[in-house]
Design a protein around this ligand. Structure first.
Ligand code: IMP
Length: 439
């Protein structure tokens, strides 16, 4: 049984750690959307790895990794990441396959994004400025450049024509010093020599690997609430991080997706602009940010912090068909006397229990809380559910009940080896179905 790992909030839920843990039981890890806007952090002993574009499975020497057609690839960022990993003793070698249909991010995408954000003024999205949105815009407008196009070495070929057109659009939009399309073209072509060895048909590779019995982990980036269709539009990223993105972003059928595991933080965070109903503006927000080290893994920006929002998670359960969730960062709540959980929203005097479609409505919603006692004792290092403080168990039981999804894993520390408690049968069933002996 293949497994999908999907962020059930606004990204930064701790997917990197959970993917890394589950990767012990799979032979292929595939990314299906997003780009190097992601920041998946994996701690192994004293070493910390931050993966932006490469699937987190790359840290396991026997695992093959796929970057699907639904991902946008900045070749410079890819090479920088491969080099950084090499410096940390991880050799990508031939374990990587990048879809020949994935679109590329070129320097003008980054420039256009900075310009677009500046023009939006106080309606800005707060993007990561990586050129992600403009690359997807080109894809949908059918003027994008795909990975395989970089292999076109001819002077007057389609790559040159596309770059010429796109750079002249950039020059019209940006003003000031003009970019020279010949320079952009030469740089794009130069990338190919290093990139070519990793480029291929990802859909075919996955089909053959699955035929041969490989177990695949589909690694989502960002989160459900940042999904271009199902997130808090327009304050979203430009791709489908929800489960449907797997089929379109990798060229696999829906039956390839065996189980779907959502990742939720024990509270809520968000980077960038847009509504966040349970946001804490005062010292409590600062306390969560500092104890949770809530600063963006990609941009270093402080994350906005708030209480656990069960309306959000219930919605993520629905749009992704989540079988279970992993709850991360429970230990960040250790010092609190009491902990509110948002169970609904008050909007125009009415109680909403379902997540609204409209960001303006969401922005006007007041969270409705129920408050649980804190446990005021450390949970870091606890490996068994039974050893958690009773109040922490009550908290987990309650978020499980109000979110409408079983909890399969509880993470109480950053390290791979730290405190994973398997409570629900989902992971064991998945391991058994995947042919992995249940330990
Ligand atoms: P973009 O993906 O750079 O276009 O940014 C769009 C929105 O998604 C912004 O609010 C970003 O802060 C947010 N975002 C993008 N990637 C991530 C991520 O990996 N984690 C959390 N937020 C993200």
């Amino acid at each position: 049984m293949n497994i999908a790992v999907i962020g059930a909030q606004w990204g930064d839920e701790g997917k990197g750690k959970i993917v890394d843990l589950l990767t012990r039981h799979v032979s292929v890890v595939a990314r299906y959307q997003g780009g190097h806007n992601a920041g998946h952090t994996v701690n192994v002993g004293d070493a910390q790895f931050i993966l932006h574009l490469l699937p987190s499975g790359i840290l396991h020497p026997d695992v093959r990794c796929v970057i699907g057609n639904g991902v946008v690839v900045d070749p410079d960022a890819l090479f920088a990441e491969i080099d950084t990993l090499a410096g940390q003793g991880i050799d990508v070698g031939d374990r990587l396959l990048i879809s020949d249909k994935a679109h590329v991010i070129l320097p003008y995408h980054r420039e256009l994004e900075v310009l677009a954000e500046a023009r939006r003024g106080d309606r800005k999205i707060g993007t990561t400025s990586r050129g992600i949105g403009p690359s997807y815009e080109d894809k949908v407008a059918r003027r994008g450049i795909r990975i395989a196009d970089l292999g076109d070495g001819s002077e007057g070929g389609p790559l040159a024509a596309a770059i010429r057109e796109n750079v002249s659009a950039r020059n019209r939009a940006v003003g000031g010093a003009e970019a020279d399309w010949r320079v952009v073209h030469a740089e794009a072509r130069a990338v190919w020599d290093r990139l070519a060895r990793w480029v291929g048909d990802a859909s075919l590779f996955l089909a053959r690997a699955m035929e041969e019995g490989a177990c695949v982990l589909f690694e989502g980036a960002q989160g459900t609430m940042l999904d271009i269709d199902h997130g808090t539009y327009p304050f979203v990223t430009s791709s489908n991080g929800t489960v449907g993105g797997i089929c379109t972003g990798l060229g696999v059928g829906p039956r390839a997706i065996g189980g779907v595991l959502g990742i939720v933080k024990a509270y809520t965070t968000r980077v960038g602009e847009g509504p966040l109903p349970t946001e804490l503006h005062g010292s409590m927000g600062d306390q969560l940010r500092e104890s949770g080290r809530e600063y963006g893994a990609s941009t270093g920006r402080p994350r906005r912090c708030g209480w656990y929002d069960a309306v959000v998670v219930r919605y993520a359960v629905r749009v992704n068909g989540l079988d279970a969730v992993a709850v991360t960062k429970l230990d960040v709540l250790d010092a609190l006397d009491e902990i509110p959980i948002c169970t609904g929203y008050r909007y125009n005097g009415e109680l909403l229990t379902e997540f609204p479609s409209n960001a303006a409505v969401l922005a006007a919603c007041e969270p409705v809380y129920e408050t649980l006692p804190g446990w005021s004792s450390p949970t870091a290092g606890v490996r068994r559910y039974e050893d958690l403080p009773p109040e922490a168990r009550t908290y987990l039981d309650r978020i499980e009940a109000v979110s409408g999804v079983p909890i399969a894993i509880v993470s109480t520390g950053a390290d791979r080896a730290e405190t994973i408690v398997v409570r629900d049968g989902f992971i064991d069933r998945w391991r058994a179905d995947a042919g992995v002996p249940v330990s």
